[in-house]
Ligand binder design. Structure first.
Ligand SMILES: *[C@@H]1O[C@H](CO)[C@@H](O)[C@H](O)[C@H]1NC(C)=O
Ligand SMILES: *[C@@H]1O[C@H](CO)[C@@H](O)[C@H](O)[C@H]1NC(C)=O
Length: 476
């Protein structure tokens, strides 16, 4: 017992479905790998064979399974264990097996046959980011250090409980934020010295240009959680200019005294170190709190935008809301889209010409194939809390592979949101060229294709007809 515990194997971990291990067997540490089971003469546990991957021997991760169409499989929703079998190739896994990660990444375990060549890693889960825990709050980041391809933007996920303050600070990078839940108050001053106070709720954005000093405070019963985006992949939340750090730790008391024209004793009891995130007092209404000194002026800028209150662009398979400098003028370096993709729908094949896409998945399960030119393409799967990168100009789609809507943000270091739709491009190209490229030896289907695309309207999130969806899902 002692030995097992010190190795970190609990009895539950060893209890693999279908295997009745006796207590004597449990006394010996068994690595949770198929190889160990085989060496111990126990045969493979169900989870490593196709038996668990119903229905029957033709289950989607069994040796006999063939799918020339590379359909998506919702390994989590269907409780399947992806195994590397594809169209008669591949075999089982013998080494250590991380079931949860495999199910979250079915298209890494068995990539579509269209994947080819190498692309750098383009997926990170916030669940793999270190959390800094402070009084009444926490913060974690996904930056170029966690995800090497996140070069244009860095992100921070922060939680502030009711009344908890992210203290007054500023930084070189501009800051864009999306409120994931709860309520938050922001304060700032603009480049003309005008002050701003705003209260935000779920689905609202704020944007502070480079160097603008600001603060954040959780409101309501449970405070807030939000996603921050900075326009430099190397940004670190731990290296911002913080009021208390400057004053109490790095400025001679005599200078503080001169600066504010007050006796040094006034500053005898300043905090001893930076506060960063701390429990503050409960704020009153904005009217009660706004500064009223005789030289105070209100900012003419609006640092806040209600993104989810925007009338969405309704497409056949979902909704799109775009916030960039056209409707949120202050946001000059960050553009974003909030996208929902219904089950069975596809964020259509497209690319972004002006910036890398930095995406954040709020809900649902999706697969994305990124076409990197020169024959390279790789597929990644995303679940809630994941970050994805699509380098600029690389063609891609986002396919909802689960049974709930995919809700995601596409964020760009750009003043405007821009994308090219493959569908629209085809319809706006001379028929002769389109048919010559794709259907030179198949004029009949060339005609069908042309009839479909010739009046193409951009349909950002597209839902295929019932017939298509049916043939997609009938085998599972
Ligand atoms: C605050 O959190 C508690 C516990 O999770 C929950 O029961 C309550 O509904 C939340 N309140 C609001 C306003 O969301
Ligand atoms: C980020 O930092 C690394 C290491 O210092 C550096 O090599 C890289 O060029 C930096 N990236 C950007 C976008 O500044």
């Amino acid at each position: 017992m002692q030995f097992r515990n010190s190795c970190g194997f609990s009895a539950t971990q060893l209890l693999v479905s279908g295997l009745a291990l006796s207590r004597t067997a449990l006394a010996v540490p068994i690595e949770d790998s198929p190889r160990q089971y085989l060496l111990a003469g126990k045969g493979l546990p169900d989870k490593y064979s196709s038996k668990n991957n119903a229905p029957g021997p033709n289950g989607p991760y069994s040796p006999g399974y063939k799918d020339p169409l590379d359909k998506a499989i919702d390994a989590i929703g269907k409780d399947l264990d992806p195994l590397p079998y594809r169209n008669g190739l591949g075999t089982s896994v013998l080494g250590p097996w991380n079931r949860d990660r495999s199910r979250q990444n079915p298209d890494l375990v068995r990539p579509p046959s269209t994947d080819h060549g190498s692309l750098p890693n383009l997926r990170w889960s916030f669940a793999d980011s270190h959390i800094r825990i402070e009084e009444g709050g926490w913060t974690r980041e996904t930056t170029a250090r966690e995800l090497g391809t996140s070069v244009e933007l860095a992100s921070v996920n922060m939680r502030l409980d009711s009344g908890v303050i992210r203290e007054l600070h500023w930084h070189k990078e501009a800051e864009w934020a999306y409120v994931l839940d709860g309520e938050v108050r922001v304060t700032a001053i603009d480049y003309e010295g005008g002050n701003f106070i705003g209260d935000l709720k779920k689905g609202d954005l704020w944007y502070f240009p480079s160097g603008v000093p600001h603060s954040l405070q959780g409101l309501g019963e449970n405070g807030t959680e939000f996603l921050l985006i900075f326009d430099d992949g190397n940004f670190s939340e731990d290296s911002t200019f913080i009021l208390s750090d400057w004053l109490v730790a790095h400025t001679p008391k005599s200078v503080i005294s001169k600066n504010f024209d007050l006796a040094p004793e006034v500053f005898a009891h300043l905090p001893e170190k930076e506060k960063y995130i701390f429990q503050g007092s409960k704020p009153g209404s904005i009217d009660e709190e706004k500064p009223t000194g005789k030289n105070v002026k209100k900012s003419k800028q609006n640092f806040v935008h209600r993104m989810l209150e925007q009338e969405p662009e309704v497409t056949s398979g979902g909704e799109v809301r775009i916030a960039d400098s056209k409707n949120f003028p202050i946001s000059k370096t960050v553009a974003a889209a909030h996208v929902t993709i219904q089950p069975g729908a596809l964020r259509e094949m497209h690319w972004h010409p002006n910036a890398d896409e930095w995406s954040f998945f709020i809900g649902g399960r999706a697969r994305v194939t990124i076409f990197g030119s020169s024959g390279a393409a790789r597929t990644f799967d995303y679940v809630a809390g994941d970050v994805g990168i699509v380098p600029r100009n690389m063609g891609h789609f986002v396919e909802n592979i689960g049974d709930e809507p995919v809700e995601m943000l596409e964020v760009f270091r750009a003043d405007e949101f821009r994308d090219f739709s493959l569908f629209q491009w085809m319809g706006e190209t001379p028929k002769r060229l389109v048919v010559d490229h794709l259907f030179q030896n198949d004029p009949e289907n060339g005609e069908k294709f042309w009839n479909r695309v010739k009046s193409a309207e951009k349909d950002d999130v597209t839902l295929p007809s019932d017939e298509q969806v049916k043939s997609e899902t009938q085998e599972l």
